[in-house]
Design a protein around this ligand. Structure first.
Ligand SMILES: *[C@@H]1O[C@H](CO)[C@@H](O)[C@H](O)[C@H]1NC(C)=O
Ligand SMILES: *[C@@H]1O[C@H](CO)[C@@H](O)[C@H](O)[C@H]1NC(C)=O
Ligand SMILES: *[C@@H]1O[C@H](CO)[C@@H](O)[C@H](O)[C@H]1NC(C)=O
Ligand SMILES: *[C@@H]1O[C@H](CO)[C@@H](O)[C@H](O)[C@H]1NC(C)=O
Length: 480
């Protein structure tokens, strides 16, 4: 009896030890925000804390996001989007960016910024060289501004690149033959020299899924970590495309004399919808191979050991561009609403457990918009579906996707509902010239989920996370 207070303290401590701080060393996640309905930043930060995820990579330096991260020890990579690279070619603008978006948060109880990502895959071949002349000057200006501000020892500028910046020749497609892409090899050499001089890492995004996507000759199992006929290169057996791709980069770096440069994997992951290869089973297989390897610090054949890796991504993003493919909106290890999609053990022990979901998520009412079976004029049906899908996310309807098996009416209902939910269930958004009607019966079928949207987070500046901060800190954030 007299000891119950003691147990009352001990049990919560024990539970905390059991369930938090449990992620693989070096594990981070990408937190993208291209969503029509965003979870409140404080909710997302709490998800990271609850799951013991200690690193996060952002695609900007949005102040509401930064405020939510303030006071935590989560390590942060902030970013300069490609459309701001040109501005960063002015050293004054770069200094201003660093002052407003980095050093502003550099106080006790502020944000633990470790990296500034300068651009996002700016040398992607599909950009046709648009950023080729402006990326390196921006990178130099940002690192120099960090150095001048006195934070350059602990905060490094880096350049997240797509794996298409290097390759092996088609007639010798082995990792050891890796070289930077001929059209940018001179530029890449200058960039790598600069990074090395500043002891900054190179950041690479590697997507085994994309090796498979659109290439039916790609050996399926080689995209994962547990199978496939090995590729042999100088006596090294490569059993998966992730290792082979990473070591192609290591070889490209070695070829220019920087084989020891630190490499961060800025993005790696597997989408769960929008393509025949993008599904829960494949994503689960991919992550259940990746996580134990990270936990074991196995690294790759040319770089054994610790690897800093950011999963892509944290949450589904329903307004991302689908130019690369419909799967783009389905990369999350969580759904749009912060619910985990499949078991994923971030401790790397492959226990059959789910991530801890977002807490206290607010949903709109249990209402759906569906095709009205009594509608008599169907002449405008195609136009209305087109309208609904232009302004909402219908990617789950496509070939090989989760809602591809719906019948004609189901298709129409899915499109109408997505639009209605994006419009926050505004009744006016469920008319479609008399073709639509409301229902409180969930029309979901099998794997095809007719969603209810969440209450969109307002972008007001002061959030609960600021309440725990000392007043001077809040003032610093507001005034600077
Ligand atoms: C700081 O970052 C935000 C968000 O990415 C951006 O909109 C803003 O322009 C940046 N500030 C400066 C002074 O460049
Ligand atoms: C790149 O060029 C192609 C073909 O000329 C064009 O279709 C595409 O829109 C261009 N992309 C960009 C980002 O400029
Ligand atoms: C980049 O600079 C080169 C050399 O000055 C020039 O030929 C090329 O047109 C420039 N590219 C762009 C996209 O501005
Ligand atoms: C449903 O819509 C998808 C995507 O628009 C289309 O591919 C499919 O053929 C449609 N199915 C039916 C039964 O209309």
């Amino acid at each position: 009896m007299g000891n119950s207070w003691f147990l009352g303290i001990l049990i919560p401590i024990f539970l905390c030890l059991l369930f938090s701080g449990g992620s693989v060393n070096g594990l981070g996640v990408n937190w993208g925000t291209m969503a029509s309905h965003k979870l409140p930043p404080q909710t997302v930060v709490q998800m990271l804390l609850d799951n013991g995820i200690k690193k996060v990579k952002l695609f900007d330096a949005d102040s509401t996001t930064m405020s939510a991260l303030a006071g935590t020890d989560i390590e942060v990579m902030v970013a300069i989007p490609n459309d701001q690279l040109l501005a960063m070619n002015s050293y004054d603008r770069a200094k201003n960016w660093v002052r407003r978006n980095v050093t502003r948060y550099n106080f006790n109880g502020g944000v633990n910024i470790k990296y500034v990502a300068v651009g996002n895959e700016p040398f992607l071949t599909t950009y046709n060289g648009s950023f080729i002349n402006i990326t390196f000057p921006a990178l130099q200006n940002i690192q120099n501004a960090l150095n001048e501000a006195g934070v350059g020892d602990s905060i490094k500028a880096t350049l997240p690149s797509n794996a298409d910046v290097y390759n092996s020749p088609a007639n010798n497609p082995v990792p050891s033959a890796g070289r930077f892409r001929p059209d940018i090899s001179g530029l890449m050499t200058q960039i790598i020299e600069f990074l090395a001089r500043n002891r900054a890492p190179f950041t690479i995004n590697i997507y085994p899924f994309l090796s498979l996507y659109g290439n039916d000759n790609f050996p399926f199992d080689y995209a994962f970590f547990n199978g496939g006929n090995p590729v042999v290169d100088n006596g090294i057996q490569y059993t998966n495309v992730f290792d082979a791709n990473f070591d192609t980069l290591v070889s490209a770096l070695r070829a220019i004399g920087y084989g020891d440069l630190t490499i961060i994997v800025g993005e790696v992951g597997w989408p769960t919808d929008g393509d025949k290869y993008a599904n829960i089973a494949n994503a689960q297989r991919f992550y259940s191979g990746l996580m134990p390897r990270l936990a074991a610090n196995s690294g790759t054949p040319l770089r054994p050991g610790y690897l800093e890796v950011y999963l892509f991504g944290l949450l589904d993003e329903d307004i991302k561009s689908i130019a690369p493919g419909s799967f783009e909106r389905h990369w999350g290890i969580y759904r749009y609403d912060g619910q985990p999609k499949f078991p994923l053990d971030v401790s790397g022990q492959n226990q059959n457990r789910y991530l801890i979901p977002a807490q206290n998520v607010e949903y709109l009412p249990q209402r759906w918009c569906v095709f009205n079976p009594n509608a008599n004029d169907l002449s405008r049906l195609a136009d209305n579906i087109n309208y609904a899908c232009t302004f909402s996310d219908c990617t789950a309807l496509g070939y090989g996707s989760s809602c591809n098996n719906l019948d004609g009416n189901g298709n129409v209902s899915y499109a109408f509902n997505m639009y209605y939910q994006v419009q926050n269930q505004n009744v006016l958004a469920c008319d479609f010239e008399g073709l639509a009607t409301l229902t409180t019966q969930n029309p979901s079928q099998g794997a095809c989920n007719f969603i209810i949207q969440i209450v969109a987070s307002s972008s007001s500046f002061v959030g609960p996370s600021l309440m725990g901060m000392p007043l001077f800190a809040v003032l610093t954030l507001v005034l600077l």
